[in-house]
Structures are given as structure tokens and as C-alpha cells.
Write a protein that binds this ligand. Structure first.
Ligand code: THU
Length: 138
């Protein structure tokens, strides 16, 4: 059952609209992400592939980059949608990127065809994580 929460629906629609612009001619797997920052602003991103395959960028990375470029640094919610039939969770690299700007309150929303289907905390997606605190421990 998809979420009926208005903000979650707004984020879902924003992620879906970003997904439609994905540049994914190689995998044909389109992904969209929408970040809600702690100031209430929404930032979107889609995956952007490249003929030099490793140069491709994930949707979440682009949405987080847009948030940081706008001067914000904390993710309240991040909503992820893909063109796959089933809801798809973020890849390992994106989990690390989300972790950089997440708090224990950050809500990671995974969407299916109807909207938001699953919620995770960053601790659930990236247990025993590496972060800035480890660098202070020299
Ligand atoms: N992709 C994302 O954009 N986010 C993820 O979390 C998983 C994978 C993209 C990368 C590539 O363009 C395509 O999906 C297939 O892996």
C-alpha cells in the first residue's frame, strides 16, 4: 500500500519527474531521486550514464549534489524511484553518500509504481558505517 502522506507524495512526484529525464541509454534503467532538506527545500536528480561506463552518476548522487550546491547539508527525507517493476533500494555507494548528510531522523523512502512503499533509516541501510567521526580518531 503506497503512502498517502502529502509530503511523501510530493517527493515521489518530484523523483518521478526527475527519473523521466534520466540519461540511461546503456542500462535502460532509469532512476530518479528527490531530497527534502531540513529547511523544507526539494532537490532532484536522475542517473546520468556515460559511454565510458564508470563515469556514470547515480540519481541519488545528483540530488545530493544539488542540495549541497544550494547550500544545504542535512537530508530530512530522500525518495528514490526507478523504472524497474519492483521498488529498488539505493546502491552501496549511494548509501555512503546519503550517510554523509543524514541524521538518525533521516527517512529513506523507496518507491514502487504506486508511490512510497518502504522506509529505512541510514543505520538500517548502512550498519557499522564509516563516517566523519572515524577521521577524528587518528
Ligand atoms: N543507479 C542509480 O541511479 N542509483 C542507484 O542507487 C542504483 C543504480 C543507476 C546507475 C546506472 O545508471 C543504472 O542505475 C544501472 O545500474
Amino acid at each position: 500500500m503506497a503512502s498517502t502522506d502529502p509530503m511523501q507524495q510530493t517527493l515521489y512526484r518530484a523523483a518521478l519527474s526527475a527519473m523521466q529525464n534520466a540519461h540511461a541509454p546503456y542500462s535502460r534503467f532509469k532512476v530518479g531521486a528527490a531530497v527534502l532538506d531540513t529547511q523544507g527545500n526539494i532537490h532532484i536528480g536522475c542517473n546520468v550514464e556515460n559511454a565510458a561506463y564508470p563515469e556514470g552518476i547515480c540519481a541519488e548522487a545528483n540530488a545530493i549534489g544539488a542540495m549541497v550546491s544550494a547550500g544545504e547539508s542535512e537530508i530530512k527525507q530522500i525518495c528514490i524511484v526507478s523504472s524497474a517493476a519492483k521498488a529498488v533500494p539505493p546502491c552501496g555507494g549511494c548509501r555512503q553518500k546519503i550517510h554523509e548528510f543524514a541524521s538518525s531522523d533521516t527517512d529513506i523512502l523507496i518507491c514502487g509504481k504506486e508511490g512510497v512503499e518502504q522506509h529505512f533509516s541510514i543505520k538500517e541501510l548502512l550498519p557499522a558505517s564509516f563516517g566523519a567521526e572515524n577521521l577524528r580518531d587518528l
